[in-house]
Design a protein around this ligand. Structure first.
Ligand code: ATP
Length: 222
């Protein structure tokens, strides 16, 4: 009797969106920690094209993408997914997740990582109730945060939340919290330091610092 090829184990893929203007150690350390908790095979950092009515990033899409590429090069399991920057108009998260899901095997597990504030704003997202068809949602919760969800999310949490990330089953459809103490660093702070002529060494990886300096990014106009 011929032996049947065994299908490989389902892959575990995480998605972390952000403006990354610029990417910094808060993003990167947080990404590694959550990748470890979820035992991810791959964690994709997805730079967002910011919608026209919001404050525009200072660096160009190409520069933001290049900095994330430099930051994650050779670092397992971090990767960059530039698809939102390659479109001519800002994409909705649901479209990005549909596109990524379409590229995966049916039983691969997809995890959308959202900070608590982003999660609370979910009901205002385009086609938000379809997100769980394609992925699990992992809420990055800080120990000191107010943990009362808005009313619009109460029923969803009651139906879909599991007790721990390890309890997330199947390719999509559930919600879990990961508790994380963020490093006290933000892209806003980094841009301000640079605009004031200060150093951001050690707040960003050395390769990102070199890129910022080589391209004269975030400096106040002379
Ligand atoms: P800005 O200061 O320009 O608003 P930011 O530093 O908050 O930017 P974003 O690109 O908006 O960075 O972040 C994308 C995601 O990265 C956030 O939703 C959050 O989940 C995560 N993140 C941002 N800063 C940190 C941090 N210091 N520690 C851990 N995770 C972070």
């Amino acid at each position: 009797m011929g032996q049947q090829a065994r299908s490989p184990l389902p892959r575990r893929i995480g998605v972390l969106g952000g403006t990354f203007d610029p990417v910094h150690i808060g993003h990167l350390r947080g990404a590694l920690e959550v990748a470890d908790v979820l035992a991810l095979d791959e964690l994709r950092l997805v730079p967002n094209a910011r919608p026209p009515h919001r404050e525009q990033p200072q660096a160009t899409p190409e520069q933001r993408l290049a900095m994330v590429e430099q930051a994650v090069q050779g670092v397992f399991p971090l990767h960059v997914d530039g698809r939102e920057l390659l479109r001519s108009q800002p994409s909705y998260s649901i479209e990005t997740l549909e596109a990524i899901r379409a590229e995966l095997a049916t039983d691969d597990q997809l995890f959308l990582l959202l900070g608590w504030d982003a999660f609370c704003g979910l009901p205002s997202w385009h086609r938000w109730s379809e997100l769980l068809w394609h992925c699990h949602i992992v809420v990055l919760q800080r120990p000191d945060a107010d943990s009362e969800p808005p009313d619009a999310l109460r029923n969803l949490l009651a139906a879909r939340a599991v007790s721990a990330p390890a309890a997330l089953q199947g390719p999509a459809g559930q919600i879990a919290y990961v508790w994380q103490t963020p490093l006290a660093v933000s892209a806003t702070q980094i841009r301000q330091l640079l605009a004031n002529g200060k150093s951001v060494r050690y707040l960003v990886p050395d390769a990102v610092l070199a890129y910022i300096e080589a391209h004269g990014l975030y400096h106040a106009p002379n």
